[in-house]
Design a protein around this ligand. Sequence first.
Ligand SMILES: Cc1ncc(COP(=O)(O)O)c(C=O)c1O
Length: 357
Amino acid sequence: MRTMRSDYMHWAKFKPPVRYQLTGSEVPHFRMDSLPITIADLDLDGASHPRYRPLREAIARRYGVELEEVVSADGTSMANFLAMAALIAPGDEVLIEHPAYELLLGAASFLGAEIKRFERNPADGFRLDPAMVEAAMSDRTRLIVITNLHNPSSALASEADLRAVGQLAAKAGARVLVDEVYLDSTVPRRPSAVHLGPEFVCTNSLTKVYGLSGLRCGWILAEPELAERMWRLNDLFGVNQAHPAERLACIAFEHIDKVIGDNPAVLARNREQWNAFVDSREDLDCMPAEHGITAFPRWSGGDTERLDALLRARYDTAVVPGRWFEMPERFRVGFGMAAAEFDEALNRLGSALDVLK
Ligand SMILES: Cc1ncc(COP(=O)(O)O)c(C=O)c1O
């Protein structure tokens, strides 16, 4: 049956709010009114600007690619969908990592793909293992889909492993879609996989790492011919993006260091606190958090719906139960909050875990 909705996204949007949201996977929202913006910057004359060049230039500059390799889209969400729609014909075999961000599975299913999976093994730090990809491939594989950093574990794929997967894809006449929405949170920032060869198609946005989810500024990086195919296909979906948002995104790129601010330091500090917290607990098993905005620990108490329910009921706190990432005995926590708030969230998580011991 073709997927016609995302239960995860619906849950993520409408779950009851709590004070301590360890469910999040982005840095705190950035206030755009802290940048020098006037109403005239928004081009409020009603015109739209096909393939708005200044925004494509800003993206191309920051990611070191040619203008013709950039396709803009509404968030990484639409970037993923548009990329897949250009790459998948009904019946095509598509390999998707496990565990996976549910919407990648949903989009491929909606487009009529025959989905096969390959494991990112928790015992191997959720590594992107080319041998696992190769074992799952067939001569009908048209697309391999991964996240880097991996959502939910934040595992960083090595360049060697990415290259090896690219070679497998090239041999089979397939492509590799790399969702890089968390990649820019690495310090130092790692280059996009698009630089590794024409088989790589990469997506990203100003949401998770930049705190600008409201702009819905996303993009695809792909070789020019494929990028052109995506632009043309997008005429079926949305034609152009909202122009004031494109203008604001350009201004954000001009001030990107200010937008980033002290987020890398806060994330690094919270990851350290998290690692100490995990070390102090026998009921949690989690690889040390080195990168990214999320971690995906295993709890010895079984299905983590129970943990989330108690956190919500008694502690005004929440985590993402692992069932949303196909591993119910794990849960996802996010590091994107101020230090004091994160520490209190961990206190509360610790209390709930103690109650359930
Ligand atoms: C792997 C991954 N891709 C894409 C998205 C959505 O990104 P955006 O807000 O840019 O649409 C998310 C959000 O959780 C995500 O985790």
